[in-house]
Ligand binder design. Structure first.
Ligand code: NAD
Ligand code: UGA
Length: 447
């Protein structure tokens, strides 16, 4: 099957960069990225220095392919009609109400996509789950598609995305693996082949792994759970280090030099953030509970609980350093994003830690090189529940990182290299991103 037109529903952190790379590598395929967010599409079509997603290398690719074979629009109907292959890259946040609230993935956006695909399809389609989904979601999608449109054949594939923010382009260019889950039927095999041929343009064939749909869906949740589990494991040990005088960096090094364990994802920190680890683990916990596997559910739930514990412990260390009262103290928060080189602050530890410091009475300046001021204010408003008028007397968003201002404490919450060149009293630095070799005062060691 020759693919000439691809549609991607969802122009976010996954849809935008992923489709830009496919467009670059497959110049003969037209890629139509659609979204129901009008402002977002306007920005994808606007100046390259103001794209909705900041990722190193992304704007250079968009510059080459936008208007050539990559198009952003709100016209979902016509993109679906035209395309032989449709990616669903919409958000799958934790449910906030109804059954499974606080744990299960909210599939309403995926279901809305399936409804649109059913409504507008006039010929056979390959429908690809790019979003991270609970195992067995393909069954639900197929059900919606077949019930609402029996005139065409829909073949569902699972093709989860493993990119990390801040390194998305690098990860897409050199993926450790591309996972494609599909049916064993002739139509399923053809669909797998069509998708595989796209990736084969730049990914070595031995790195393209094909499995059944359920293994593919669950591998994505399991991968994120395993990565987050390593962070919670090392963070839990950081608490024991502080009681005993052992050094968590030395422990990480010693553990990671065992080739069976490996060095990655063993950096103690204020906590993992980001839109996915927490929601995906909670989703896994929910699935285990659903299938009556309560011990398994509890095992994975601990990964999130330790993450919350670590965030709170870090904030309390700062508050206790000042004897519990931060009134009249001036604090600089360095980093609002959940990691470096992204403008994404979803579930960032910075939001939580800064709130605790604010509530202890401090005057706070915040600096982040990529997160726009309005996003920081939006997070404060939505996540803290304070009006902007309430906080403006004690919160100031800085445009430059380190001026000559003097602070009572410097709190590093995003792992930017620049933050390690702070020429300030090291006794005043609270390093929540324990990656700097010159950081004397990492988590809990400041007293
Ligand atoms: P996002 O919020 O950045 O983007 C999702 C987009 O989908 C939004 O722009 C939204 O407007 C749009 N959308 C939602 N419903 C729609 C509909 N019915 N029609 C048209 N557009 C619609 O989300 P994201 O970070 O790109 O994540 C998308 C999925 O990929 C999630 O399931 C996530 O778990 C997974 N994932 C994310 C990352 C990451 O680094 N962010 C990495 C791997 C996997
Ligand atoms: C993560 C996974 O790494 C991706 O493979 C996956 O595709 C993605 O989630 C997803 O499904 O959304 P991401 O959250 O973008 O990617 O970034 P990571 O590099 O995994 O970092 C997540 C958080 O963990 C950050 O807050 C980071 O600072 C923290 N972290 C990471 C640590 O605290 N210690 C470490 O050793 C590594």
């Amino acid at each position: 099957m020759i693919i000439k037109n691809i549609c991607c529903i969802g122009a976010g952190y996954v849809g935008g960069p992923t489709m830009a790379v496919i467009a670059l590598k497959c110049p003969e395929i037209n890629i139509l990225v659609v979204d129901n967010d009008v402002e977002k599409i306007k920005n994808w079509n606007g100046p390259l220095n103001n794209l909705p997603v900041y990722e190193p290398g992304l704007s250079e690719i968009v510059k080459k392919v936008r208007g050539r074979n990559l198009f952003f629009s709100n016209d979902i109907k016509s993109a679906i009609e035209k395309s032989e292959m449709i990616f669903m890259a919409v958000n799958t946040p934790t449910k906030t109400k109804g059954e499974g609230a606080g744990m299960a993935a909210d599939l309403k956006y995926v279901e809305a996509c399936a409804n649109d695909i059913a409504r507008y399809s006039k010929n056979d389609k390959i429908v690809i789950e790019k979003s991270t989904l609970p195992v067995k979601t393909a069954e639900k999608i197929k059900d919606i598609l077949d019930k609402k449109n029996s005139r065409v054949h829909f073949e569902i594939l699972s093709n989860p995305e493993f990119l990390a923010e801040g390194t998305a382009i690098k990860d897409l260019f050199k993926s450790d693996r591309v996972l494609i889950g599909g049916d064993d039927s002739p139509a399923g095999k053809n669909a797998i082949k069509a998708l595989s041929q796209i990736y084969e343009r730049w990914i070595p064939r031995e790195k393209i792994l094909t499995t059944n749909v359920w293994s593919s869906e669950l591998s994505k949740l399991a991968s994120n759970a395993m990565l987050a589990q390593r962070i919670s494991s090392i963070n839990s040990l950081s608490a024991l280090c502080e009681k005993t005088g052992a050094d968590i960096d030395e422990i990480s090094l010693a553990i990671g030099m065992d080739h069976r364990i490996g060095p990655h994802f063993l950096k103690a920190s204020v906590a993992f953030g980001g839109s996915c680890f927490q929601k995906d683990i909670l989703n896994l916990v929910y699935l285990c509970q659903f299938y009556g596997l309560h011990e398994v559910a509890e095992y994975w739930h601990q990964v999130v609980k330790i993450n919350d514990y670590q965030k709170n412990r870090f904030a309390q260390n700062i508050i206790q350093y000042f004897g519990g009262d931060l009134r009249g103290k001036k604090i600089l928060i360095l980093g609002w994003a959940f990691k470096a080189n992204t403008n994404d602050s979803r579930e960032s530890a910075s939001i939580y830690v800064t709130q605790k410091i604010y509530e202890a009475g401090a005057n706070i300046d915040i600096y982040d090189p990529q997160v726009p001021k309005e996003n920081i204010l939006h997070d404060i408003n939505i996540k803290w529940g304070y009006t902007l008028d309430e906080v403006k007397k004690r919160i100031y968003i800085k445009k430059e990182s380190l001026s000559t201002d003097k602070y009572d404490a410097y709190v590093i919450l995003t792992e930017y290299e620049d933050f390690k060149t702070l020429e300030v009293d090291p006794n005043k630095v609270f390093d929540g991103r324990n990656i700097f070799d010159n950081a004397l005062y990492s988590i809990g060691k400041s007293q």
